[in-house]
Write a protein that binds this ligand. Structure first.
Ligand code: 3HC
Length: 302
């Protein structure tokens, strides 16, 4: 396969975090022919991820979008692991763990010690500074942001974020890898929220303000944006889909990082998160999704 000038070929990938984003990323990398190590300390999360990847790939095969043998080979290329120690030989690490700067930095320090010197360390962060994550390592020129969108197998975009020291070779390698996954790439400088969340999250926040101040019902706010602006989901439904905790955390990064009160999170969003109404993953957010799940606990670390 042709790669971009200056790009190195990625053969072995590690994905850290077997949640919805991590499993979607692992699926894409395996389907593109890479060997994938999927790392999570929670065996149940790994089992759920493998089941969901297998069913998603088999569905593609049933629909004729993937041959049966390509489907089975992709599944075989994914190996589940439970320790960072097993990532010594990968070319690229993509972390998709909890959106906490401290926890991500600790992981990057560990990855820097364990992975081979040429390995690229990438973060699927929604908004945290790539430059600050890179500064926790001794290889800041090999640290980069690679932001996938939910659900990764469906969404066509990858936003690549250059930290202040990211090298041209690393950028070219990750761009070429992203295109190999079938995605369109956009490139952002390392400023809070990058491109998409800088624009999306204020819209979601505004939808919460509209609900909070009684402008309209949640259904009418969502229907208005779906039918009035052709969005596949209304902003409140999308917030539930993303996770209200994730939306709140991105808004706080925007508010703190850009210092403008227009990014201040709506009190209703804060209250829902405080109440554990985190969205679809918890069975309740702005909307209710059947039985409220108490089995899915917030995951604070690997
Ligand atoms: N994995 C794989 N395939 C999936 C999937 C998943 N998680 N979810 C849906 N699909 C597939 C379905 O199988 C179906 O395929 P088919 O048409 O070939 O049968 C197709 O997607 C459409 O699914 P549905 O018919 O079930 O539902 P919809 O037509 O409503 O589509 C949706 C679902 C794709 C999620 C659509 O509603 C959508 O695009 N919503 C907006 C999503 C979005 O904006 N995501 C970005 C969020 S922001 C973000 O992630 C950034 C972060 O930093 C916060």
């Amino acid at each position: 396969m042709a790669t971009q000038a200056g790009a190195k070929e990625i053969k072995a990938v590690a994905v850290i975090g077997a949640g919805q984003m991590g499993s979607g990323i692992a699926q894409l990398a395996a389907a593109a022919g890479c060997g994938v190590l999927l790392l999570d300390s929670d065996p149940a999360a790994l089992s759920r991820a493998v089941a969901s990847i297998s069913s998603s790939l088999r569905r593609l095969a049933t629909k004729g979008q993937l041959s049966q043998s390509a489907c089975e080979h992709s599944i075989e290329r994914i190996k589940c692991v439970s320790s960072v120690q097993e990532l010594r030989n990968v070319d690229l690490v993509i972390e998709a763990i909890v959106e906490s700067e401290d926890i991500k930095k600790k992981l990057f320090v560990e990855l820097d010690k364990i992975t081979k010197p040429s390995a690229i360390l990438a973060s699927n962060t929604s908004s945290i500074s790539v430059t600050r994550l890179a500064s926790a390592t001794n290889r800041p020129c090999q640290v980069i942001g690679v932001h996938f969108f939910n659900p990764p197998p469906i969404m066509k975009l990858i936003e690549i974020i250059r930290g202040s020291d990211t090298s041209e070779e690393v950028f070219a390698t990750v761009k070429s890898f992203s295109e190999r996954l079938g995605k369109t790439v956009i490139c952002s400088q390392d400023y809070p929220g990058f491109i998409v969340n800088r624009i999306l999250m204020p819209m979601i926040n505004e939808a919460f303000w509209a609900l909070y101040t009684g402008v309209a019902t949640k259904e009418d706010i969502d229907t208005g944006m779906k039918l009035g602006t052709n969005h596949p989901m209304g902003p409140l439904q999308l917030a539930d889909f993303i996770g209200l905790d994730v939306c709140l955390s991105v808004l706080r990064v925007l508010h703190n990082g850009l210092g403008d009160s227009k990014y201040s999170p709506c009190p209703l969003l804060v209250q829902y998160v405080d109440a554990g109404r985190l969205g679809k993953k918890r069975g309740q957010g702005v909307y209710s999704y059947g039985k409220r799940s108490s089995s899915i606990k917030p995951r604070s670390s690997l």
